[in-house]
Design a protein around this ligand. Structure first.
Ligand code: SF4
Length: 502
């Protein structure tokens, strides 16, 4: 594995932020609930979508490039027979679209059939792939999901399902939330650090495992709980319940804090907290840490809305100096000053810099009457490359804003993500080698304030030791070549004797 300044070297560019789902029902066909769940998870990936089902005799698969609504129709859904199955939506890779990596990955082998849907990124996939290739395994993609599938298939030849999963978990290192179908049995697995979210829901006639609880809501289900870090959940084939196996126990988790700040839907409950509520509290903390008295505060829609709501709420209670407001002082007025064209995708998912730059102008338009002659605070969840922020500050100035102050609901992003998020290199991160004042100058704002790591942990109600903060500290919870860790962690020895069976 190469030095870690370019994530594309880790896992060969398989850097994805995806959505996964698995369903096991009593008698009803699983295809439609899977399809609706994927709709609910579409924000987690727009490159490809797929469903794999099993009817008790045979595995069925439909996986294509495109949005959920384009990939499936009545005909394709009707071919996906069976009461159990898994689904996946996938995010574009750094190098562009890649149909060989669309998921779920489906394979038949001696002990049956396997389907795998993966959210996350392994940091030792190359080592395991090379070992398996030496043993005669032939790979059809360069993805880490296929590596997991082959490793699991190999272990299933020698062990029962639970032990086989445990053996694979002892070998793979990195971030993974998986839904797996082994014939008509559906499983959910979360990596021992719980880096990516995964939760269990109960339906009238079965159970569902999904990346986010919003998918369970879509099916009129009830959130049971999160899958625990290091836990395997096996759904009963008849939809009557699930079994739980705590296969790996680690002292600390490493939940991706960005799930709460940016990725997940605000209406999802992740690791026990409602994402919207967390974002509102982050906005309140932002006011307390770096509030500025301006005429209006406005969100970058839609990502900054919950933050701006909390910020304006807190600004109505105390002044920027932390004093109680006088009764006739209303604080900073909340206003919608940027209108969004809802038919343009999120800029963050545009694969090339050129597309990202044009997308900002396509996507947002200022409301001149709200902005003209006013001092404005603009709130967003994060600054990654800085392109959007620069253009938005300019848009507001062009619309007549007297001052534009930027406030961000996350700390500066100074390092890449190796766990599947589209932040590849330090070179493309505006804050990687700039001070806050330099970033402020670069984006052209009158002032710039980020949120502290302490406030992130407080608002998520988690210890910093249980969060992944790699992209804001440069220290990671996994053993990544060329990077430092924030805990005592070593990647498993691959090629060494297999861990003893228990
Ligand atoms: S490095 Fe950042 S984006 Fe990646 S998993 Fe960690 S917190 Fe999330």
């Amino acid at each position: 594995m190469q030095q870690g300044r370019d994530i594309r070297r880790v896992g060969d560019g398989l850097n994805e932020k995806c959505g996964v789902v698995g369903v096991s029902l009593g008698e009803r066909e699983a295809a439609r609930p899977l399809y609706y769940s994927l709709y609910a998870l579409q924000h987690r990936g727009q490159e490809s979508a797929g469903i794999v089902t099993h009817d008790g005799f045979q595995q069925h698969s439909h996986v294509e490039m495109g949005l959920v609504g384009d990939v499936f129709d009545e005909d394709s859904l009707s071919t996906l027979r069976g009461t159990a199955g898994i689904g996946h939506v996938r995010y574009p890779t750094a190098g562009g679209v890649n149909s060989c990596c669309a998921q779920p990955f489906a394979v038949s082998f001696k002990s049956g059939s396997l389907g795998l849907a993966h959210n996350g990124n392994l940091v030792n996939a190359d080592e395991i792939r090379s070992e398996l290739e030496d043993l005669g395994h032939a790979f059809t993609s360069n993805g880490d999901t296929e590596v997991i599938a082959h490793d699991l298939a190999r272990n299933l030849l020698e062990a029962d399902l639970v032990r086989a999963v445990k053996r694979t978990m002892e070998r793979i290192h990195g971030s993974y939330a998986l839904t797996i179908s082994h014939d008509d049995t559906v499983l959910g697995v979360r990596d021992p650090e719980g880096n990516r979210p995964l939760c269990i829901g109960k339906l009238d006639d079965g159970y569902v495992i999904a990346s986010e609880s919003a998918a369970i809501d879509t099916l009129d289900g009830e959130l049971v709980r999160d899958v625990r870090p290091g836990e395997l959940v096996v759904l009963e084939n008849d939809g009557s319940g699930f079994d739980s196996y705590q296969l790996v126990d680690k002292e600390n988790a490493a939940h991706c804090f960005f799930e709460h700040v940016y990725f997940s839907r605000p209406d999802s409950v992740i690791d026990g907290t409602l994402v919207y509520e967390v974002r509102r509290n982050l906005g309140r903390a932002l006011w307390e840490e770096s509030g500025v008295e301006t005429d209006v505060v406005m969100p970058v829609p839609d990502s900054g809305r919950a933050f701006a709501t909390g910020y304006a709420e807190a600004a109505g209670e105390t002044t920027a100096d932390g004093e109680q407001r006088a009764e006739d002082d209303d604080g900073v007025e909340f206003a919608e000053g940027l209108m969004k064209n809802r038919y343009v995708g999120r800029t963050f998912i545009m694969p090339t810099q050129d597309e990202r730059e044009r997308a900002v102008r396509l996507k947002l338009n200022p409301i001149r009457s709200t902005v003209e002659g006013k001092t404005v605070t603009l709130i967003d969840d994060s600054i990654v490359r800085g392109t959007t922020s620069t253009q938005l500050v300019q848009l507001l100035r062009d619309a007549g804003a007297e001052e534009v102050h930027m406030r961000i609901g996350a700390p500066p992003i100074v390092a890449p993500c190796y766990m599947g998020i589209d932040m590849h290199t330090r070179e493309e991160l505006i804050a990687a080698d700039r001070s806050v004042a330099e970033v402020r100058d670069e984006i052209g704002a009158d002032s710039l304030g980020y949120l502290s790591i302490d406030s992130i942990a407080d608002c998520l109600q988690k210890s910093q030791a249980d969060l992944c903060l790699g992209c804001v500290t440069g220290e990671y919870p996994y053993d990544i070549d060329g990077e430092t860790t924030d805990r005592d962690v070593t990647r498993p020895a691959i090629g060494a004797e297999a861990p003893a069976d228990d």
